[in-house]
Design a protein around this ligand. Structure first.
Ligand SMILES: [Fe+2]
Ligand SMILES: [Fe+2]
Length: 399
């Protein structure tokens, strides 16, 4: 039965109708508290509904702050102590929190636990104070009346129920924020891991540092342009592009497993050396898979990083390595990285070859459309080639 239906029902007495209305209001307040994601929101919900439910002239919400009680919020017919702090031992909310018990005071001026000087400027003559989280109180809720009287059992009971709901809400908020902190921690750990691993590759291979940063930016530029063209939808969304951007620095991480004699050889590699060099794709994937095991489970980031490390030397026509995958059997991140990687190798000096100019590199990529590279991606690349040139000059350290 809805609240208005209950109130309109002639079969119920007035007291019963009011009780049902209060119960449904309490339910609403409890639900709003359950959804609260911050202490501010809890305060707002209590301030907005508690006073009417309890039938009091004022409500205050007091937070425990070490050995102080902080009067964080109030809703009352006259000002109380909002914004003020008192020592726990010198106020009644402190007493309720220290003892984990509700207090009912019929006449505040007859109770020694009350600091009378603080009450004189206010309307308060009687009160109920209930701790939030009786086992380990983190707050208290007070209800105040402008006349000395014994607050009804219903009022005390209602205030306790509100305090219980607030206690659950505050536990939720604490869990929610520690969960968020843990998530942020995981993101930081992941970012640190990428940097550490990429830096490791950097120490092995002089070219790798700038190459890592440039390919990361080419990958994002190419992926964003492909998305603008409506390619590979709906998978290629902002989230995937961000994952590719973040995992790109790991694409050559497997090179840490290749000996200096091969990695730094001045001149072309022979067939045997080249076969060893090619293992960097597999080594990279395995290194990331190892990291994944330490994390105790996969993340979308590590999945993309693994795919990119393993597939960036595949070719559209199936002549690449390590699997010889054909066409769109090659993961999208690998196809995107292939263009970024080759473009960067072409326009850079390497120990075994000199750089070629941007325009020539663009022609080489175009000539490999449908052979080495995904044809749709080459079309996008040709459109945004000046962006590649710009990234190249922006992230090149003149040695
Ligand atoms: Fe590579
Ligand atoms: Fe590379």
């Amino acid at each position: 039965m809805t609240q208005s239906a209950a109130l309109a029902s002639p079969a119920l007495g007035k007291d019963e109708q009011i009780e049902i209305a209060a119960a449904s209001d309490l339910e609403g307040l409890t639900m709003r508290l359950a959804k609260a994601r911050g202490v501010e929101e809890i305060l707002r919900v209590v301030r907005g509904g508690a006073r009417r439910l309890v039938g009091a002239d004022g409500i205050s919400f007091v937070l425990r702050e070490g050995d102080k009680c902080f009067y964080a919020d109030e809703d009352a017919i006259g000002p109380l102590w909002k914004g003020q702090r008192f020592p726990l031992e010198r106020c009644i909310s402190g007493w309720a929190m220290l003892h984990g018990e509700a207090v009912v005071v019929e006449d505040v001026y007859a109770d020694e636990r009350i600091p009378h000087a603080s009450y004189r400027p206010t309307f308060v003559q009687s009160l109920v104070m209930v701790p939030v989280h009786a086992d380990d109180p983190v707050a208290a809720i007070g209800a105040y009346w402008a006349r000395p009287h014994k607050p009804s059992d219903e009022s005390v009971e209602m205030l306790k129920r509100i305090a219980n709901s607030a206690a659950v809400a505050m536990t939720n908020v604490a869990l929610f924020s520690s969960l968020n902190a843990a998530r942020e921690e995981a993101v930081r750990a992941k970012d640190a891991l990428i940097l550490a691993m990429a830096a490791l590759a950097d120490t092995r291979d002089n070219e790798t540092g700038d190459h890592i940063r440039r390919t990361q930016h080419y990958v994002r530029a190419l992926a964003e342009a492909a998305r603008r063209h409506g390619l590979y939808q709906p998978q290629l969304d902002t989230e995937l592009i961000e994952l590719m951007y973040k995992s790109a620095p790991l694409h050559d991480i497997g090179k840490v497993g290749i000996s200096d004699a091969i990695l730094r050889k001045p001149g072309r590699l022979d067939a045997e050396e080249f076969a060893i060099m090619r293992t960097h794709a597999r080594l990279g994937r395995d290194a990331i898979a190892n990291a994944e095991r330490y994390f105790g489970g996969t993340t979308s980031f590590l999945t993309i990083a693994k795919e990119m490390a393993y597939s960036h030397h595949e070719r559209w026509d199936g002549t690449g390595y390590p699997e010889g995958l054909i066409g769109d059997a090659i993961p999208l991140c690998g196809r995107i990285m292939a263009i970024a990687d080759v473009y960067d190798a072409l326009v850079s000096d390497r120990v075994y070859k000199a750089a070629i100019p941007h325009a020539e590199a663009v022609r080489v990529i175009a000539s490999e459309r449908g052979r080495h590279f995904d044809p749709a991606l080459v079309d996008v690349f040709l459109e945004i080639a000046p962006v590649f040139q710009e990234i190249n000059s922006q992230f090149s350290n003149p040695a």
